[in-house]
Design a protein around this ligand. Structure first.
Ligand code: ZN
Length: 104
């Protein structure tokens, strides 16, 4: 699903998707969240939705990819969405890493 630095990371990773927060059975044993639209890794908080951003893999120590959060907000603001995080009408591709794929 995601290219990760090591097998420990891939075993403990929970991929956040559009309907995150609903499927607790799948993520109860996952200790790291991955947000594909922001390209961020994080330690989940109790609410099951937000997380504390981490910059290095806790197991192998590799530097994780740079966050694309600011770019995400900038692109959506350019499209006219002032509060994209809370806007259900943003284009579907911005809910995942699809928004970073270049159209050929
Ligand atoms: Zn690792």
């Amino acid at each position: 699903m995601v290219n990760v630095c090591c097998s420990d990371m891939s075993n403990h990773l929970y991929l956040i998707s559009r309907n995150n927060g609903n499927n607790n059975s799948e993520k109860h044993d996952k200790v790291i969240y991955y947000s594909s639209r922001f390209n961020e890794y994080g330690i989940p908080l109790d609410d099951g939705i937000s997380y504390i951003l981490i910059e290095y893999c806790p197991w192998c120590g590799q530097k994780l990819p740079n966050s694309l959060r600011e770019k995400w907000f900038a692109e959506l603001e350019k499209l006219g969405y002032e509060t994209p995080l809370f806007d259900d009408n943003i284009p579907e591709k911005y809910m995942s890493s699809l928004c970073w794929k270049k159209d050929d």
